[in-house]
Design a protein around this ligand. Structure first.
Ligand code: C2E
Ligand code: CA
Ligand code: CA
Length: 718
């Protein structure tokens, strides 16, 4: 083989290889969705290739032989084209010039074009070749996305509700104007940060987004926010919470909602949170809560809260194996003060009493107002019941100082009852009831005292309840009747009249003494119908005595305060007097100073009405109250009854006779007659006679008697 032949063969091989290479490139170009172009040195298109061509419009293909600058571009692409042109003139390569070109249907298509200059064998510029791609779909998608994003941020920024957005890394991406106003924090200082604004908290708190993004569970939220979430609240992925920011403005309560933002696959990519200022609502709420738990007058815990604390203290005492004392404190005679001096002064006194109690107990003890003039003190952590003694004694002692209220000095003692856990009960209401019984015991023992609860006190309470129960219907069952105790004229030693005294015989309870059932009848209001029964019966009996024995016979009937104030009283009395053809002069009404408390004009009027009818008024139990003397001057009493306690003291107390002496003298000076009650001995009678006491009543002459027996007694003396 000749060299030439060999060379010929090499050449052919090389050509074949080149052809293969060209084919390869052509295949790529043909398969590419882009299209390839070439231009001559005048920038006129000379060829197009690639499948992109099939998507080209007719007039683009028609561009062979024409220049790029002559294509139908949108005016927006004009400046890009100018820049492109300048680069081409300098024969520089160019990348990614984007044009909007109108297609056959007149729709804009976006193209990106890149190209490089070509040179001939001699190195002279021969034109350009490059790639063009239709990126319309991508471009439109991006544009739409941007628009949505813009709309979203506009929605947030312009929203009048304070709202902010965080991304999945908890970085704040939006913080609107309303947020700035509400929190006082500018967007610039929070956007891009994680949760710096939450520095307004004093305590660490998880970012709301944590809870949303990490699939919040109600338990966590409860723990962190102290708010119980209903499972249904969590299902839509929204979270609500409220919290206090002490450093925000002058302290703010904020209410949050947070809802996750999700991408199209349902992946959480952030959260949108809203904030609401609920401070005023919260203040209102707290006020209501306070009102429900605290007494508005004294500021002390009310009954509800006090009993709630008692419940907690019981549990604590049980755990620690300690004792707990419940002190039931009741102010003595507070009602009198309130009725005589007015409610404003009464309120002031209650406030001072509360302050006094507060100052007497340890900080760890609880004090509450149960209502009215009743207070409760809870003393916990006791080893021994005896530890309560000095506390109770101090409380009593502290009330010995006078209260200064509106230029007045008032003395106000207290009665205290003490019940202990666990000795006297394990339940709050049981302890309270027993402390109450013990307090009643202190009252009945003369007040200004304290007593520990004992079982027989409860027997007392049970009996009280039984009496109350039996008293209902007792009138209808005719269980009441009267006894009459004669009243003797000291000088003539003749029966001047009698005091009607109520008796009750009940099938269950037997004979119940009036000292026991009358206070209960007063409390239940039953004293009113019972009292009318007494008046009616007494006047019926009096008619007989007056007609048959002594036309001057006087009947004395006791009236309790409630009866005295009943608007029907006067008419009833008039009616009974008329029925029995009696004049008012036959009737004495015995009242105690309790009647005189309250509405002064009403009392004065009642006194006048009675005087008009000739009815006489006696002041009963004189000497047991504390300002009876004033009342004697203030109202037109006809008679005064020296209390029988004076007679009891007569023998052993030297001052008793002197007091009797002074009382008689004073009453006589005021034109008031005197009856001595409870006279049991000859010496008492003689002393009273010597002191010119007008009338005498007591066992010395006679016990209270049934009607017929008194009739006999009167007959006998005649
Ligand atoms: P009171 O009005 O002070 O009645 C006098 C009480 O002293 C009567 O008790 C009488 O039995 C008792 N008494 C009389 N003389 C003697 C004596 O020499 N020695 C002693 N130790 N006691 C004597 P009673 O009948 O048990 O009445 C008690 C209280 O019940 C009365 O006290 C009165 O406050 C009240 N009461 C009685 N009947 C009525 C009534 O019809 N209406 C009202 N509202 N209260 C009444
Ligand atoms: Ca009486
Ligand atoms: Ca009396």
């Amino acid at each position: 083989m000749s060299t030439k032949a060999i060379k010929q063969t090499e050449y052919e091989v090389q050509v074949a290889q080149l052809q293969q290479e060209i084919e390869r490139l052509n295949d790529f170009a043909a398969l590419s969705s882009d299209w390839f172009w070439e231009q001559d040195k005048e920038f006129r298109f000379i060829s197009f290739s690639g499948t992109g061509i099939s998507r080209m419009s007719r007039n683009q293909i028609d561009f062979i032989g024409r220049c790029r600058w002559e294509m139908p571009i949108s005016p927006d692409s004009y400046s890009a084209m100018q820049e492109h042109k300048a680069l081409c003139k300098q024969h520089e390569p160019f990348y990614d010039f984007q044009y909007d070109i109108f297609n056959d249907e007149g729709q804009l298509q976006r193209y990106t074009v890149s190209g490089a200059p070509t040179f001939d064998i001699d190195g002279n510029f021969s034109g350009y070749r490059g790639i063009a791609s239709n990126i319309t779909d991508l471009y439109l998608a991006r544009k739409a996305f941007k628009k949505t994003q813009q709309q979203l941020s506009q929605m947030i920024v312009g929203n009048p509700i304070a709202s902010f957005v965080i991304n999945e890394d908890h970085v704040i991406t939006h913080w609107n104007k309303a947020c700035e106003i509400l929190t006082g924090i500018p967007a610039t200082s929070v956007i891009g940060t994680k949760d710096s604004w939450r520095g307004f908290y004093d305590h660490p708190r998880p970012v709301m987004a944590d809870l949303v993004l990490n699939g919040a569970i109600a338990k966590d939220i409860e723990k962190h926010y102290g708010h119980k979430f209903q499972p249904s609240e969590l299902i839509p992925g929204a979270v609500e919470a409220q919290d206090y920011f002490p450093n925000m403005h002058d302290g703010r309560w904020l209410y949050f909602t947070a809802a996750p933002l999700q991408d199209e696959d349902g992946q959480t990519i952030g959260a949108i949170e809203t904030l609401q200022d609920i401070t005023s609502q919260k203040i209102q709420e707290e006020k209501i809560i306070h009102q429900a738990h605290f007494d508005s007058l004294t500021g002390l815990p009310n009954r509800f809260l006090a009993l709630d604390r008692l419940n907690l203290l019981i549990q604590e005492a049980e755990r620690n194996n300690k004792k707990l004392a419940v002190l039931f404190i009741d102010l003595d005679d507070f009602k009198k003060v309130n009725d005589t001096l007015g409610h404003a002064l009464g309120d002031e006194l209650l406030i001072q009493a509360a302050d006094k109690l507060r100052s007497m107990i340890r900080a760890s003890d609880t004090i509450g107002r149960l209502g009215g003039d009743e207070f409760i003190v809870l003393i916990n952590d006791l080893e021994d019941a005896l530890q309560v003694r000095p506390i109770a004694e101090n409380l009593l002692k502290s009330f010995r100082d006078v209260f200064k209220v509106k230029n007045r000095e008032l003395l106000l003692t207290t009665s205290i009852g003490i019940a202990l856990y666990p000795d006297d009960g394990s339940q709050p209401d049981q302890l309270l009831r027993n402390a109450d019984s013990a307090m009643y015991h202190s009252k009945s023992e003369g007040r200004n005292a304290y007593h520990f609860f004992t079982e027989d006190m409860n027997a007392g309470i049970e009996r009280r309840l039984l009496i109350e129960e039996q008293m209902h219907g007792a009138l209808a069952r005719n269980e009441f009747y009267l006894n009459y105790q004669p009243v003797i004229d000291t000088q003539s030693e003749l029966i001047m009249g009698a005091e009607a005294l109520l008796r009750w015989k009940n099938p269950v309870l037997g004979h119940v003494p009036p000292d026991e059932f009358i206070p209960i009848a007063e409390q239940t209001g039953l004293i009113i119908p019972i009292g009318y029964f007494v008046l009616k019966e007494a006047l019926k009996a009096t008619k007989v005595w007056t007609e048959q024995q002594n036309s001057n016979f006087k009947i004395a009937v006791n009236l309790s305060p409630l009866q005295f104030k009943a608007p029907t009283l006067l008419n009833k009395i008039k009616k009974y007097l008329k029925t029995n053809q009696l004049s008012g002069g036959s009737l004495h009404l015995e009242i105690t100073e309790g009647v005189l408390l309250g509405n002064q004009t009403y009392i004065t009027n009642a006194f006048e009405e009675f005087a008009h009818l000739g009815i006489q008024i006696s002041m009963d139990d004189f000497g047991t109250g504390y300002s009876s003397l004033n009342y004697l001057r203030q109202y037109q009493f006809n008679t005064l009854k020296i209390d029988r306690s004076f007679m009891l003291d007569f023998e052993d107390d030297e001052t008793a006779p002197a007091l009797i002496d002074a009382t008689i003298a004073m009453a006589h000076a005021l034109g008031v007659k005197v009856i001595a009650e409870g006279v049991e001995s000859q010496s008492q009678r003689d002393y009273l006679a010597a002191k010119a006491c007008n009338f005498i009543q007591g066992y010395f002459y006679s016990k209270p008697l049934p009607q017929e027996e008194l009739t006999k007694l009167i007959s006998n003396q005649q």
